[in-house]
Design a protein around this ligand. Structure first.
Ligand code: ADP
Ligand code: MG
Length: 253
């Protein structure tokens, strides 16, 4: 479980707040999607959880313990990360990229190879074809799958995903979203997933947190947010989305 209590972050000595007094809990096994436009404070929340940034005030706990009390290596190893343009090492093969953490953990070569094959299967890439390829020899969607495999390598309980599919075309995005839904069921990870795409958010979330100008506007199930919006901002957000879908459907005749 990840819990934020009254967390704020200012980058300018308290003049403005990138994150303003946010409290929320990500329950064990839950996928919480944080939805908000660019600059609303989503990435800042994620970076405070893994301590790439320190909050200006407030408290962040992982499994009931303040993240500041964990040795930083242990804290970071609790999380698997997937970011947009995941940054696979270009000079390493797919298999070497996925095994990076396993090497750090000093696993035997055999154990590494077995785990890499298992992970490639898990994310829908045939190890016989892809293990020895270099990132440049993969499509964007395939690279992102390798990114997911790498994040899962050391079997972390938590996945932190910051707009991981942002750079992908619709088809690849759709496939990877399906993949995440499958992995969610299969692996029972606790996932924090950040996106600015309302449809992606509704599709993947157990619960959804809407951010706006650093503030948490509303948190709840997709159904609650659509049908019981707390204010005009949330109502308009979802109404506009519904309108988009409707007009798209109409354009198809
Ligand atoms: P999002 O991920 O929702 O697009 P961010 O959390 O990255 O938004 O940023 C929230 C706000 O904080 C933005 O106004 C951004 O410019 C600012 N910000 C983020 N990181 C830094 C930083 N390292 N230094 C100064 N300002 C920052
Ligand atoms: Mg961001």
């Amino acid at each position: 479980m990840i819990r934020l209590t009254n967390v704020s972050k200012s980058f300018d000595g308290g003049r403005t707040f990138a994150v303003n007094n946010v409290s929320l809990t990500i329950e064990k096994g839950e996928t919480l999607v944080v939805l908000g436009s660019s600059g609303s404070g989503k990435s800042t929340i994620l970076r405070m959880i893994n301590r790439l940034l320190e909050p200006t005030s407030g408290c962040i706990e992982l499994d009931g313990q303040n993240v500041e009390d964990y040795p930083i290596v242990q804290l970071r190893r609790s999380f698997g990360y997937v970011f947009q343009g995941i940054g696979l090492f270009p000079h390493m093969t797919v298999s070497e990229n996925i095994a990076v953490v396993l090497r750090l953990l000093k696993q035997s070569i055999d154990a590494q190879r077995q785990r890499v094959n298992e992970l490639l299967e898990l994310v829908g890439l045939d190890p016989g074809i892809y293990a020895t390829r270099y990132p440049a020899e993969l499509s964007g969607g395939q690279q992102q799958r390798v990114g997911v495999a790498r994040a899962l390598a050391a079997n972390p309980d938590y996945l932190l995903m910051d707009e991981p599919f942002g750079a992908l075309d619709t088809v690849n995005r759709d496939e990877l979203q399906q993949e995440i839904l499958r992995l969610k069921k299969e692996l029972n990870k606790t996932i924090l997933f950040i996106t600015h795409d309302i449809f992606e958010a509704l599709r993947l979330c157990d619960r959804l947190a809407v951010m706006h100008h650093g503030e948490l506007v509303q948190i709840g199930t997709g159904d609650e947010l659509v049908h019981q919006p707390k204010n005009v901002f949330v109502r308009d957000l979802f109404q506009n989305a519904v309108r988009q879908v409707t007009s798209f459907a109409e354009s198809l005749g």
